[in-house]
Design a protein around this ligand. Structure first.
Ligand SMILES: [Cu+2]
Length: 68
């Protein structure tokens, strides 16, 4: 299991947090995503080999937010 912290720009409320969380958790291989609004970041746990940082970032972008 790999854990990564990704800074996410563009989130402004709890609705954004849920959108980002759902988008990340929809990526195959992701076990868990905790999205933190005050710190503007997502902590993601995923299985190496199934998911990777680029796939997670792409899902965040598709949801309309900007991974940094
Ligand atoms: Cu919002």
């Amino acid at each position: 299991m790999t854990q990564e912290t990704i800074k996410v720009a563009g989130m402004s409320c709890g609705h954004c947090v849920m959108r980002v969380k759902k988008a990340i958790e929809a990526v195959e291989g992701v076990r868990k995503a905790e999205v933190d609004l005050p710190n503007k970041q997502a902590v993601v746990e995923y299985e190496e080999g199934k998911a990777n940082l680029e796939k997670v970032k792409a899902a965040i972008r598709e949801a309309g937010y900007e991974p940094l």
